[in-house]
Design a protein around this ligand. Structure first.
Ligand code: SIN
Length: 526
């Protein structure tokens, strides 16, 4: 029995329940996996860290990249995805994505999803790195919300699926090389709870909360990745964090995404002097891949000692309000009218390309453990995710992971004993989070350098020396431990990769080095 985590409760026995398939996370991937496991006849327990509907998927604006237009084909989508991945996308996974994607999207449309239409068919917009307009979208910029609005009632109505909210995953529980369930902190009653399961599907999302500037919601603290690592699963590609180039940047405003689709509809990036600058960085200008655009913005900010650049959306004119209603509603609160004013933007951490290494069926390298969505590293995104591929990935690989998890039958019934191990001192988690965010943003952000990454690792070691043994009174302390762990793994991988590729840019190794680095970096607990 491996109990790698400090468990903060008094009893050596904890209340228990069981299920056939345990799905952790209720975003697009978790919903897809739950529906798929239930379709296979399994009893599913779907647990959400916060509310059932509080998910990062809900915030996804741009849309779903899918080869459904007459000018498109799965082969073109495959090629664009591989180009964006900078040599590290796995063609076998991308083939599955682009070939099964259209079918998954059609199934969602027949379940009642409403995506914007153009005449008799679906409307398609464009984002960076796509050779044709390929992105379907809903209510302008509420695409993720439409996916959740479609799938969540199917889950709620399914008699095989039970839902629990405020279940925080403390750790996966293993027996040898097998996962036998999850230990949770039940936030309502404030008690630990052990859920036994024949299979566990992690759909816990990303880790953007490590960074000072992020588009991710507060729940994105890398919990699933950290638990998988502690239980012995392999994590892959952690150095590849995507920074979205255009996030709203006004004092007092949330770091709200200004979708890439805004640039797809013609908006231009301008600097403090109102000069268009993207053409001098890349022939595709505003529609170059995200890593290129994010670095160009950073370069402009440095050259002009500016805190941001601007999106000039005036060419979209009054149509902006209709085409991007959520973005319009946000910016106009800060007295900005995109038909006349420039929108201040700068890059922020957006998406973790790395995660739990899985096979084509979502299986991790521990028995009974599966992963899908942002927590997983499918190999689709490689070093740089092609915009709007992630909702499609949730639908395709969520479905596959749920089906594969449904094959597990054996629930471990033997006795499991937990040990109480904590030291009674209080940690100011909010204070430590501010320090961590500043450190990670500064040194593991868009540009990295070896000596800075070494400094990060030293700092993290110092913080971990006390944070890993503190006593917590709610889940924020465990989140903190997860963030410290994942920050360290990102820094180690970023230090090891002595080249620049996709979203990983080393100022001390600015060139791509295929001879040495056309390979993945895996991290596994010793
Ligand atoms: C966006 O709308 O720009 C984000 C879409 C994505 O992250 O894929």
């Amino acid at each position: 029995m491996v109990l790698p985590r400090l468990v903060d409760f008094d009893s050596t026995t904890v209340p228990e329940e069981d299920t056939e398939v345990l799905v952790v996370g209720s975003g697009a991937a978790g919903l897809s996996a739950s529906l798929s496991a239930a379709r296979a006849g399994r009893r599913v327990l779907l647990v959400a860290k916060s509310g059932f509907l509080d998910t990062a998927s809900d915030l996804a604006q741009g849309g779903i990249a899918v080869a459904l237009s007459k000018d498109d084909s799965p082969e073109k989508h495959l090629q664009d995805t591989l180009n964006s991945g900078s040599g590290l996308s796995d063609p076998e996974f991308v083939k599955v994505l682009v070939r099964e994607g259209p079918e998954r999207v059609r199934a969602m449309l027949s379940s009642g999803a409403i995506f914007t239409r153009d005449g008799s068919g679906l409307a398609f917009t464009r984002e960076g790195g796509h050779s044709v307009p390929r992105i379907i979208y809903a209510s302008g910029d509420r695409s993720g919300a439409e996916v959740i609005r479609t799938l969540s009632p199917l889950v709620l109505q399914n008699r095989r699926i039970e839902i629990r909210e405020k279940y925080f995953l403390i750790d996966l529980i293993t027996l040898g090389n097998s996962v036998i369930g999850g230990l949770f902190f039940e936030g309502e009653k404030k008690i630990p709870l052990f859920v036994r399961a024949a299979s566990v599907v992690l759909a816990t999302g990303g880790s953007g909360q490590l960074f000072q500037e992020t588009t991710n919601p507060t729940i994105s603290t890398g919990d699933g990745m950290a638990a998988a690592y502690r239980s012995g699963a392999t994590l892959r590609d952690l150095e590849f964090v995507q920074f979205h180039p255009t996030v709203f940047y006004v004092a007092g405003a949330p770091r709200f995404l200004i979708s890439e689709a805004v640039r797809g509809e013609g908006a231009a990036l301008v600097n403090d002097r109102q000069e268009h600058f993207m053409r001098s960085y890349h022939p595709d200008a505003e529609l170059a891949s995200r890593d290129v655009v994010a670095r160009a913005i950073l370069d402009q900010m440095k050259r002009q000692a500016a805190r941001n650049v601007y999106l000039d959306c005036r060419s979209i004119g009054p149509n902006f309000k209709k085409r991007f209603p959520s973005i319009y509603a946000m910016v106009q609160r800060f007295r900005i009218d995109p038909a006349h004013d420039l929108i201040p933007v700068r890059p922020a951490a957006h998406y973790m390309m790395g995660g739990v290494k899985i096979d084509l069926n979502g299986a991790a390298d521990l028995e009974n453990l599966f992963a899908c969505g942002e927590v997983a590293c499918t190999g689709v995104h490689g070093a740089n995710r092609l915009g709007s591929n992630s909702l499609l990935e949730c639908l395709v690989f969520g479905d596959r992971a749920g089906a594969a998890a449904a094959e597990g039958k054996h629930i471990f019934r033997g006795r499991v004993q937990f040990t109480r191990r904590w030291k009674d001192f209080h940690l100011d988690v909010a204070d430590l989070k501010r320090s961590l965010n500043a450190l990670v943003w500064r040194h593991c952000g868009i540009e990295r350098e070896g000596s800075d990454l070494e400094f990060v690792l030293e700092k993290l070691k110092e913080w971990q020396s006390y944070a890993l043994s503190a006593r917590f009174f709610d889940s924020s302390g465990w989140e903190m431990q997860n963030m410290l762990l994942i920050a360290g793994l990102i820094a180690q991988s970023a230090l090891e990769r002595t080249e620049s590729r996709g979203a990983h840019f080393r100022t001390d190794f600015p060139e791509r080095d295929d001879a040495k680095w056309l390979r993945h970096i895996d991290r596994k607990i010793n």
